[in-house]
Design a protein around this ligand. Structure first.
Ligand code: ADP
Ligand code: MG
Length: 274
């Protein structure tokens, strides 16, 4: 398995200065091609920040990110947007579909940006919608579909140009449990077909499906291990343990003041988020 992603000693600090938030605190992480990784952590642990880095949507405060061995910081804007378009399929919690467009038109949109001719766009969009089982709904608008169906459209949009990497941030966060299972099955299929799938989640049930589980807590990687059939409840206990670890450190007034600061900012204030 070749190396796909190498993050070294990455930090992301929001609002540098007095009220700074250390969203990523010296993260190092490598991910191989064709891995199926879940990054799990509670709200505010830095998951979306990490996803933005992985997806070249934001730049770190310090540290390096090598994608296919290439330093992302040295890439030109054109190269970066090319990578985002061709290499990475993004799936977000809120689906991010355009309400006035049909399912098919939503899936075609990024293909238009890529300059594909109409016929090819149409074929790729239909093929992607077929993959997620929505061929019959392709002329429906998002408002005429359930949450699970809308997320399947978003997945079709992400996979239409066959990117080798799928990055999903809480893809089931807005869905009922039945739809969540469906979405995870689709992600599993995408992995079986040879894609690298990275799912960010706070849900142990979702993480249980992945081949590797990376726990993130307070901007740090707390645990990173191969998942050999862990149960949902085991993973849940591990998440609680990670939380406990941080809480204890703060309560004990440990030497790590920054971590205490972060936690208070998270607990006491909602502003500045999203
Ligand atoms: P998660 O996705 O795990 O809930 P985030 O990565 O969204 O966590 O956030 C990590 C921390 O960084 C949180 O404390 C959050 O409030 C803070 N944060 C996220 N985005 C910003 C931003 N744009 N400006 C300031 N703080 C932010
Ligand atoms: Mg998030």
């Amino acid at each position: 398995m070749g190396e796909l992603i190498r993050i070294e000693d990455m930090c992301k600090i929001y609002n540098p200065g007095e009220n700074e938030v250390r969203a990523l605190d010296h993260i190092s992480l490598t991910i191989g091609e064709k891995e199926f990784v879940a990054i799990i952590g509670q709200s505010g642990s830095g998951k979306s920040t990490l996803m933005n880095m992985l997806g070249c949507l934001d730049v770190p405060t310090s540290g390096t990110y090598l994608l296919h061995g290439q330093d992302v910081a040295e890439m030109l804007d054109d190269e970066l947007s090319d990578i985002r378009n061709r290499e990475i399929g993004f799936i977000f919690q809120g689906f991010n579909l355009i309400a006035s467009l049909t399912a098919k038109e939503n899936v075609e949109l990024p293909l238009i940006y890529r300059g594909l001719p109409k016929k090819q766009r149409s074929e790729l969009a239909i093929e992607a919608l077929r993959k997620v089982g929505l061929e019959e709904r392709m002329h429906h608008k998002p408002s005429e579909m359930s949450g699970g169906q809308q997320q399947r459209v978003a997945i079709a949009r992400a996979i239409a140009q066959a990117p080798p990497i799928i990055l999903a941030d809480e893809p089931t966060g807005n869905l009922d449990s039945h739809s969540s299972v469906e979405i995870m099955e689709i992600l599993k299929t995408l992995h079986d077909e040879g894609r690298t799938v990275i799912v960010i989640t706070h849900d142990p049930g979702i993480a249980a499906k992945a081949g590797r589980i990376v726990h993130i807590m307070d901007g740090k990687i707390y645990k990173d291990e191969i998942n050999e059939g862990k149960s949902e409840s085991t993973i849940r206990a591990e998440v609680a343990e990670a939380q406990e670890h941080v809480t204890t450190k703060v309560k004990g007034g440990s030497t790590n003041n920054e971590s205490g600061m972060d936690l208070h900012i998270k607990e006491d204030s909602d502003d500045g988020e999203e």
